[in-house]
Design a protein around this ligand. Structure first.
Ligand code: PLP
Length: 377
């Protein structure tokens, strides 16, 4: 029957859509590369939708309510990206000329195209600290005096987990102490929780445990949770209503975005618990990579190993190789990893990479490094 032939063909198309570009390639560039699963695609296809700019997409509303409740906040706003989540939260809580305090390795400094300056007219005061983590005294030391000369210290941003810090998890007592002190000093306090789900999986704490002393919290659905797109910001009603306004201003208000919100709702229910597998894979990958000649665990991860799903390795300078050169050669063997600085490589575990593929990736990298070092001799 034509119908059955068509259904069969549709089945083939489905399979192709979901298949990796090449089954041989192991993609560890980021957890953002994970593709929506078949079941996630089904809930997206069946999502009940409206017009979110007019405020009546029921699936977006359901996601915003669920996200706000998870974080123990009054309200939330669904946005296309984590960058927009951070930037709308910054814009909603600052004025031009204000100063933002955050760690010197912060995502908002390195990977958001200068948007605090471009979109909010803010300066950023960078703080030092191991693994992206700082303490009360660092914040106190960065506070500007209230006079006619200084910018206003206005917003404190804490990143948890910390990306450039090695996917590190803020100890909860320290997080509470720093956020509380920030508020006492009159600062607004925002959490860039792009990977807060990973922190929760690593410690067993709930998102609202981490969010307690924060005015706003942003989280990504498009990373470890495996959604094709989407992030959200939670906070009090007045602040989130300003966030909605600036998301519209930045061009990020979408219409039938319930299709994307459905993926996020599905992921919150089904993909959070499995993050511990990514963490176990990351620890195993770190062990395998550390055994490769010319590579070593990055100093920031040496003491604890990977705390979540990110692995950082250092390329020994004595090899005469840069991180970029190693990544290029490893790519030719079907393992995708990225240089993070001249001698540092990042690999990220996610739901499209199995434990067996981690073993395979380790083997391929070892072969490449052994070959490179033999050639150099
Ligand atoms: C990925 C990430 C973001 C947001 O990135 P988008 O690509 O814009 O979604 C924000 N903060 C941190 C720490 C991140 O890792």
């Amino acid at each position: 029957m034509a119908e059955r032939a068509f259904a069969k063909r549709l089945g083939v198309v489905r399979l192709r859509m979901n298949a990796a570009p090449s089954t041989n390639v192991i993609d560890l560039r980021s957890d953002t590369v994970s593709r929506p699963t078949q079941e996630m695609r089904r809930v997206m296809a069946e999502a009940v939708v409206g017009d979110d700019v007019l405020g009546d997409d029921p699936t977006v509303i359901a996601l915003q309510d669920k996200f706000a409740a998870l974080l123990g906040k009054e309200a939330a706003c669904f946005v296309p990206t984590g960058t927009m989540a951070n930037q709308a939260a910054i814009r909603a809580q600052t004025e031009p000329g204000d100063e933002i305090i955050c760690h010197e390795g912060g995502h908002i400094i390195h990977y958001e195209t200068g948007s605090p300056a471009a979109l909010s007219g803010c300066m950023v005061r960078p703080l030092a600290g191991d693994r992206g983590i700082f303490d009360v005294a660092d914040v106190e030391g960065a506070m500007r005096p209230d006079n006619i000369h200084s910018p206003h210290s206005k917003l404190l941003i804490i990143e948890n987990t910390h990306n450039r810090g090695g996917g590190s998890v803020w100890p909860i007592e320290q997080l509470e102490r720093v956020a509380k002190r920030g508020r006492e000093l009159g600062l607004r306090v925002h959490m860039d929780g792009a990977r807060l789900w990973n922190a929760c999986a690593a410690t067993g704490l709930a998102p609202k445990d981490y969010a307690k002393n924060f005015d706003t919290v942003s989280c990504c659905f498009s990373k470890g949770l495996g959604c094709p797109a989407g992030s959200a910001v939670a906070g009090d009603k007045a602040t989130i209503s300003r966030v909605h306004r600036f998301v519209k201003m930045f061009g990020g208000k979408m219409r039938q975005s319930g299709v994307l919100a459905a993926a996020a709702l599905y992921a919150l229910d089904n993909h959070r618990a499995r993050l511990t597998q990514d963490h176990a894979n990351a620890r195993r990958l770190a062990t395998l990579l550390a055994q490769c000649p010319g590579l070593a665990i990055d100093p920031e991860q040496r003491e604890r190993g990977p705390e979540t799903n990110m692995v950082f390795v250092a390329v020994d300078k004595a090899t005469g190789l840069t991180a970029a050169q190693v990544c290029e050669r490893v790519k030719a063997k079907g393992v995708l990893i990225l240089p993070n600085s001249p001698q540092r490589i990042r690999a990220v575990c996610h739901l499209d990479v199995s434990a067996a593929q981690i073993e395979e990736a380790g083997n391929r990298v070892r072969e490449v490094m052994t070959g490179l070092l033999a050639a150099a001799r």
